[in-house]
Design a protein around this ligand. Structure first.
Ligand SMILES: [Fe+2]
Length: 233
């Protein structure tokens, strides 16, 4: 199925190859240096092991040091320009600050609870690109619930007057995360339920995500605090 078919008529998400790996590699390198690691000396797996052993305070500090990385969002968009253009054209609104997400193995760690993006006030025309910085060979990735199933769960909750109530929160461990290779991304629409599961590994998972939509489509709660105008080639 084509990207458009997957996003609109099929599962609502699609695994795609990164078009420009030079840009993505540069993005990963900058991230890792800003987090205080030695990119040229350490392998990505060494870095992931070191990250798995950081304290919560150290992880927070690494995240604060990433706040100055303003170009991350544009680099993500440029690395995946074909995807962005196909879904939203070349005059777009992009998230000002791409998110870096660390997922640390073990119990009681930071989790992405099951959710769908629309809940955070983005419009139905906004899409997400999510990219890991390494192969996902354990269960540290993200699971995605197919569009028809996601709708069914969301509608069921709505009849109870709930958003992200127990039906969604309790499905946390029912799904298997996608196993992506470095160089692949998941693109998904804002109705797709997704989240993490608890996983065992010696290594943390590092990923980056960015949101975008056509500048000609209406916004919802998110405005220019969240998005900036951008034009791809
Ligand atoms: Fe999300």
């Amino acid at each position: 199925m084509s990207l458009l078919d997957n996003i609109f008529n099929g599962p609502g998400y699609s695994v795609e190859d990164i078009q420009n790996m030079d840009i993505f590699e540069n993005l990963r390198k900058t991230f890792i240096k800003k987090m205080g690691f030695n990119y040229d000396k350490d392998t990505i797996n060494n870095i992931r092991e070191k990250m798995a052993n950081l304290s919560k305070v150290e992880i927070n500090q690494a995240m604060v040091s990433l706040l100055s990385f303003h170009e991350a969002s544009e680099k993500m968009i440029n690395a995946c320009q074909n995807i962005v253009n196909e879904l939203s054209g070349n005059e777009i609104l992009i998230q000002r600050r791409a998110n870096t997400i660390f997922n640390v193995p073990g119990k009681d760690e930071r989790r992405q609870w099951p959710h769908y993006e629309l809940m955070s006030g983005i419009s139905p025309h906004t899409f997400v690109i999510w990219a890991p910085f390494h192969d996902l060979d354990d269960n540290g990735g993200v699971y995605y619930v197919k569009q028809d199933q996601s709708y069914e769960i969301i509608k069921k909750e709505e009849t109870k007057g709930l958003v992200n109530g127990p039906d969604i929160l309790n499905m946390m461990n029912d799904h298997a995360p996608l196993k992506l290779k470095y160089g692949q991304v998941v693109v998904f629409n804002p109705f797709i339920l997704h989240g993490n599961v608890e996983f065992n590994s010696s290594k943390a998972r590092i990923a980056c995500s960015v949101r975008f939509q056509s500048k000609n489509k209406p916004l919802m709660q998110k405005n220019s605090d969240f998005f900036k105008l951008y034009k791809t080639n």
